[in-house]
Ligand binder design. Structure first.
Ligand SMILES: Nc1ncnc2c1ncn2[C@@H]1O[C@H](COP(=O)(O)OP(=O)(O)O)[C@@H](O)[C@H]1O
Ligand SMILES: [Mg+2]
Length: 270
């Protein structure tokens, strides 16, 4: 189902229009609109509780917005369930990764292939001839992705033997194996060391170019946001506060105030 409302940018991989989300009496998102231009990296920033993860949940079909429209590559998706979003070219990582801890790292990454491998885990385990070649292809790509993210050494380890920070890398590989066009990353740098953040910046740049991705990244790490993003959207209390470059956002008094609180912001500028 392709819908054009006439308001979305023609080259947007993602158009969020007037999205609101309420739970009972609580307004979590309040009329949020923005576009993620195709091929770009958009930052989504704002203090804890601003609604960033909830907005990702709306885009990925885990939450259904109370109002508004979300177009992924021009297709209205607000009524599309999360498990179908991979077929529309969307993949995400989670703020708190939930890997299958009893499965190996490679098996966890392989789950990302479910949207394009024929059959499913049952036919893979039966090793039906038709699926064997594609399964081999998926496995080779999974190993390549693990190698690229510096995790090849862990491929056959049970996921629960890996540190929490490394789970994010495994999730990134799983997301990339689904062959997305639009990738949502929720706090990918949280818990990583300085060196690991630098490596992550390199990896995101590289895969964006190579897989022709559009990326939307939620992150508090301003070094990563400045290094990676073309634009940022700032959320505060569920509403869009401003949109601009990372530098513009960092010097915007409303943004400083949102992060520090009014009084602290006044002290800062004094
Ligand atoms: N399923 C839910 N039920 C009720 N409140 C929720 C739910 N999901 C998120 N919220 C609320 O939405 C607000 C924004 O949370 P979140 O989207 O996680 O913010 P952020 O990712 O910016 O830190 C919080 O107040 C949170 O408690
Ligand atoms: Mg969050």
């Amino acid at each position: 189902m392709t819908t054009t409302t006439g308001t979305e940018a023609p080259d947007a991989a993602l158009s969020v229009r007037d999205v609101s989300l309420r739970f009972g009496g609580i307004t979590v998102l309040d009329g949020v609109s923005f576009d993620a231009p195709r091929g770009g990296i958009l930052g989504l920033v704002g203090p804890n509780g601003a609604g960033k993860t909830s907005l990702f949940n709306c885009i990925s079909g885990h939450y259904q917005p109370t109002a508004g429209s979300i177009l992924v590559n021009g297709t209205e998706t607000v009524r599309t369930r999360a498990w179908r979003m991979a077929q529309l070219g969307l993949a995400r990582t989670f703020q708190h990764p939930a890997l299958r801890l009893d499965a190996t790292v490679l098996e966890n990454v392989m789950l990302g292939a479910h949207s394009w491998l024929p059959g499913g885990p049952v036919s893979w385990s039966l090793r039906l001839p038709a699926t064997r070649r594609q399964e081999r292809e998926a496995r080779a790509t999974a190993l390549e992705l693990l190698d690229r993210t510096g995790l090849a050494w862990a491929a056959s380890m049970p996921a629960d033997e890996l540190s929490h920070g490394l789970h994010k890398g495994v999730e990134l590989c799983r997301a990339l194996l689904s062959r997305p066009r639009l990738l949502l990353l929720d706090e990918p740098a949280a818990g990583l060391s300085h060196g690991e953040v630098e490596a992550l910046i390199g990896t995101v740049r590289e895969v964006r170019r190579e897989f022709e991705l559009t990326v939307v990244v939620v992150e508090h790490h301003m070094g990563l946001i400045s290094a990676l993003t073309d634009r940022v959207v700032v959320l505060d209390h569920g509403a869009k506060l401003m949109e601009g470059t990372a530098a513009e956002a960092q010097s915007d008094s409303r943004v400083v105030e949102a992060y520090l609180g009014k009084e602290a912001a006044a002290d800062e500028s004094a």
